[in-house]
Design a protein around this ligand. Structure first.
Ligand SMILES: Nc1nc2c(ncn2[C@@H]2O[C@H](COP(=O)(O)OP(=O)(O)O)[C@@H](O)[C@H]2O)c(=O)[nH]1
Ligand SMILES: [Mg+2]
Length: 301
């Protein structure tokens, strides 16, 4: 049974590498269900390519999905292949909402160089789900130039995007509160860049100034200077500049370096082990039927 799963994964992967996106979708589903089994695939363990992964995070409603929709178009104009992984249960890219947004994203759904996938659930012991890590490995193997990862930046889970992305953009809007609040939420730690979206709304300019001031005061710890850009995603304003900016970041070549970084591998191991523990835990818990079972099962595990 286990061998079968590995063989099946290998088969879908072989097809996916030839741009068979139906096969790729099937592979991702197996990776999502198969626990750590995906790691038995040599190519997944050691991808010979590394897509430039851009994490796009920020509070719900900030306009991340709208921004990504526009960004896909800009990246396609620049002849890049684009993969999207939405780790956001409320994303328009998730199953149900895709129907509603069919018209808005129609171009991209029919584009053979664009692949969109979402995972609704996160690891239930917290943290980014193990599946997300494995699926992103598969995006590397298939050979996308750029992968956009959408997460909702409101909890610890989402801060973890910094351990899989090669560049993290935090999307804020005038109404999402002041810069201090963003700093408190830990967003300064993970941001390589802030995008002030909805810049058509009042308060955008002052948010930019606040962010820049906090960045100056905050003693930026990462080697890269954190930038602040402004967009109006609904109008496509600032999107061409953003795409160009990402291409400059991409050319710095961090992606392949990051893939072999021990600290990152350890974060991935945490997610995979959490998933494994969780399975064991659920199995053990289901055996408890009497008060005496409680001690028995706990001692046994
Ligand atoms: N006024 C304005 N509305 C925007 C802008 N960008 C997105 N929106 C709207 O904000 C709402 C939430 O957008 P969405 O992309 O779903 O946000 P997400 O939850 O961060 O993915 C939608 O109604 C968008 O049309 C913008 O730049 N200006
Ligand atoms: Mg969204």
């Amino acid at each position: 049974m286990r061998d079968n799963l590995g063989d099946l994964m290998r088969e879908w992967l072989r097809k996916a590498k030839k741009k068979d996106f139906q096969a790729f979708a099937k592979l991702l589903t197996l990776l999502e269900r198969g626990g750590t089994e995906g790691l038995t695939l040599t190519e997944l363990r050691n991808p010979d390519k590394a897509a430039f992964r851009i994490g796009i995070t920020g509070p719900p409603g900030a306009g991340k999905s709208t921004l990504i929709g526009q960004l896909i178009g800009e990246l396609r104009k620049r002849q890049l292949t684009v993969g999207i992984l939405a780790v956001d249960p409320s994303s328009p890219f998730t199953q149900g909402a895709i129907l509603g947004d069919r018209i808005r994203y129609a171009d991209h759904f029919n584009d053979p160089e664009v692949f969109i996938r979402s995972i609704g659930s996160r690891g239930s012991l917290g943290g980014l789900s193990a599946a997300a890590y494995l699926m992103l490995r598969a995006y590397d193997v298939v050979g996308f130039d750029v992968v956009l990862i959408e997460t909702v930046g409101v909890g610890q889970t989402e801060l973890e995007v910094m351990h899989v992305a090669d560049f993290v953009s935090v999307v804020l809007v005038p109404e999402s509160g002041d810069a201090i609040q963003a700093m408190k939420a830990g967003l300064l730690e993970i941001a390589d860049q802030f995008i002030v979206n909805k810049s058509d709304r009042p308060g955008a300019e002052s948010l930019v100034r606040e962010l820049e001031a906090s960045l100056q005061m905050g003693g930026q710890t990462r080697e890269q200077r954190v930038t602040v850009m402004q967009t109006i995603a609904t109008e496509g304003d600032g999107l061409s500049e953003l795409a160009d900016f990402y291409l400059v970041q991409k050319s710095a070549g961090k992606a392949s370096q990051n893939r072999t970084n021990p600290e990152r591998l350890q974060w991935e191991a945490r997610a995979l082990l959490r998933a494994q523990f969780e399975q064991t835990l659920e199995k053990a818990v289901s055996q408890i039927l009497t008060p005496d079972d409680l001690l028995k099962v706990i001692k046994k595990n």
